[in-house]
Design a binder for this molecule. Structure first.
Ligand code: ADP
Ligand code: MG
Length: 298
């Protein structure tokens, strides 16, 4: 099969607590496939294991158990095999400030992956490809951006540079980990629309990670809801939102009556807090198995 398959993925972190070592099961038996031209959303509150799944797919972290198959095959984790894997699988991070180097120009950020992955050689060719990448993410006129540094750009522009950088190796699979949650509410939709257009035009497989049910529904074909490391619900986007089966998703969906677009983006964390609070006091056994508090940041 063409695409990426995540099979029965688990990750346990060992944490030291005084003299004891405590096991934290961040991801438990997660499986899904990413197919060309489709977007899968991974939705869940902070600490539910979303980024860990993303980081394992991007090979920034190794799984405790399970497999990741690209076009039906497993792959090496080092050297050339890793570089070839990254030709195909690229990640966009939450914070465009942290992911770009303040000392380097925009051209440098985009030239490096082009050269590293053998997509352009020589000054002229590299510059032409850099300009093309900037145009693809709507940073125009591109000539206005090449020589600037990240701090001279707005948050949205920086995230577009990060997207252009992810596109540079010519990937077929994009992992976007909360790509707009650090951005101003007013520019989020623009960046998400850009990702949607790129996905359509280039037939990409996209994993869209978010804590926001509304954009998950709008921008994805399939939704997986994670709760404390486990996928508690999955299905076509509309089904999951309109006809949720799992208690947690029901609470989440019910806690959001039909807010305005603006409110949809801002009230998410309180919605999770509400759902979680009801959940903790409810008698659902699967949800009472554990009592690790979720991290407060994301
Ligand atoms: P999310 O992205 O859904 O907010 P994460 O995948 O970042 O969740 O985290 C899942 C859980 O794993 C959290 O409890 C978090 O504290 C823990 N965790 C994540 N990365 C590490 C790490 N490198 N070492 C120890 N614990 C971690
Ligand atoms: Mg995260």
């Amino acid at each position: 099969m063409a695409g990426l398959e995540v099979k029965d993925l688990s990750k346990t972190f060992r944490l030291r607590s005084g003299l004891r070592s405590v096991a934290l099961e961040a991801v438990k038996h997660v499986s899904f496939t990413l197919d060309p031209g489709r977007t899968v959303a991974l939705v869940g509150q902070s600490g539910s294991g979303k980024s860990t799944v993303a980081r394992i797919i991007a090979q920034l972290e190794s799984p405790t158990a399970g497999d990741i198959l690209l076009d039906g095959k497993s792959f090496g984790r080092h050297g050339r095999a890793l570089r070839e894997y990254r030709d195909d699988v690229q990640m966009i991070f939450q914070d465009p400030f942290a992911s770009l180097n303040p000392f380097h120009t925009i051209e440098h950020h985009l030239a490096r992956p082009l050269q590293l992955h053998g997509k352009a050689k020589g000054r002229e060719q590299v510059r032409a490809k850099v300009v093309e990448l900037l145009q693809r993410v709507n940073l125009e006129p591109a000539a206005d951006f090449v020589d600037r540094r990240p701090h001279e750009l707005s948050g949205g522009q920086r995230q577009r540079v990060a997207i252009a950088r992810a596109l540079a190796p010519g990937p077929r699979i994009l992992i976007a980990d909360e790509p707009v949650s650090m951005l101003d509410v007013s520019i989020r939709l623009g960046v998400l629309n850009l990702l949607a257009r790129l996905q359509r035009e280039e037939n990409l497989c996209v994993l869209y990670i978010t804590h926001d049910l509304a954009t998950a529904r709008h921008f994805s074909d399939e939704i997986l809801v994670m709760y404390r490391g486990e996928v508690v619900e999955r299905g076509p986007a509309d089904d999951v939102i309109l006809r949720p089966q799992a208690d947690f998703t029901k609470l989440l969906a019910a806690a959001a009556p039909e807010p305005s677009r603006h409110e949809r983006f801002t009230s998410v964390s309180s919605r999770y807090a509400q759902a979680e609070a009801v959940h903790r006091t409810s008698s659902h056994p699967a949800m009472q198995a554990e009592n690790t508090p979720p991290r407060s940041d994301s």
